[in-house]
Design a protein around this ligand. Structure first.
Ligand code: SF4
Length: 276
């Protein structure tokens, strides 16, 4: 188990004084780069690589603070209210409570997941915005002659998650994700900060080098709210039709799209050109 770095503001002064080299890529630079010739993107990637290396030993709170200082209102966070997301929301309340947070409300989420949104509001005063697809579940299933998650889960995720995310991040330059490197092979190379080619955003992964134990220790130590389904064997929770509880010894994401080849909804899978 790795050591959980406790957050304490640097004794040497604000982050911009202690890590001045990190204030390299401004929101304006990102905005001008994403639609610019590819060499600009390469310069951006190079900057992010060096920033990520510098942040490798920073605490997640320092990483979040760096994101807020650099991107402010152009920073957003997507969450499915998993344990890692709840830990980051807790940290946001400490160091950057005004960061915009959203949830992709596919219409297929567990009620227990939606209830967490209210608990977040009560505990932290953070109002997580629900981003919904254009069609309700009823309209969507009527259009496709039944639930698409049974016959084409890739398309279902594309329509009810990816397309919604693309609308949700309009005007944003950077987003925070709660992925950990040890969750899956797809996530193993995630940097602390990198270029997300798929969505043309800087992607900030404050918990990239944390373990599952680190996350649960923080939840326990700080009495952070979490989805009660975790106590019933659901280690990773997405939409109810595509999630099952896991058996002892199974991988923590084994209950997602169980029995199919699918392992990711597409939000966090690496594409060529993503930073790794
Ligand atoms: Fe559809 Fe399942 Fe993807 Fe949810 S996780 S959007 S129900 S395929």
């Amino acid at each position: 188990m790795s050591t959980v770095p406790a957050y304490k503001p640097s004794a040497q002064g604000p982050l911009e004084e202690t890590l001045p080299q990190l204030k390299v890529v401004s929101a304006e630079t990102i905005k001008s780069s994403v639609h610019s010739p590819s060499e600009n993107i390469e310069i951006l990637r190079e900057s992010l690589r060096s920033i990520s290396d510098s942040l490798e030993s920073a605490s997640p709170q320092e990483v979040i603070a760096w994101g807020w200082e650099n991107y402010g209102d152009s920073l957003t966070m997507g969450t499915a209210f998993g344990p890692e997301g709840m830990v980051i929301i807790h940290m946001l309340s400490e160091v950057a409570p005004h960061v915009h947070v959203f949830n992709l409300e596919t219409g297929y989420q567990f009620q227990e997941t939606l209830d967490l949104r209210e608990r977040v509001r009560e505990r932290y005063g953070i109002d997580v915005e629900l981003k919904r697809p254009e069609l309700t579940v009823q309209q969507y299933e009527a259009k496709h002659g039944g639930p698409l998650y049974k016959t084409n889960p890739h398309q279902c995720c594309a329509d009810r998650k990816l397309a919604v995310l693309e609308r949700g991040i309009e005007g944003k330059s950077a987003w925070i994700s709660a992925i950990r490197r040890d969750q899956s092979p797809d996530r193993a190379q995630a940097p602390i900060v990198g270029w997300d080619k798929k969505f043309s955003l800087v992607k900030i992964n404050p918990l990239a080098n944390w373990s599952k134990q680190d996350v649960w220790k923080m939840i326990t130590d700080h009495d952070i709210p979490y989805n009660p389904l975790h106590d019933q064997g659901y280690t990773s929770i997405g939409c109810w039709p595509c999630t099952r509880s896991v058996l002892m010894g199974e991988d923590e994401r084994a209950g997602r799209w169980s029995g199919t080849e699918k392992t990711e909804c597409g939000l966090h899978s690496l594409d060529p050109g993503d930073e790794s």
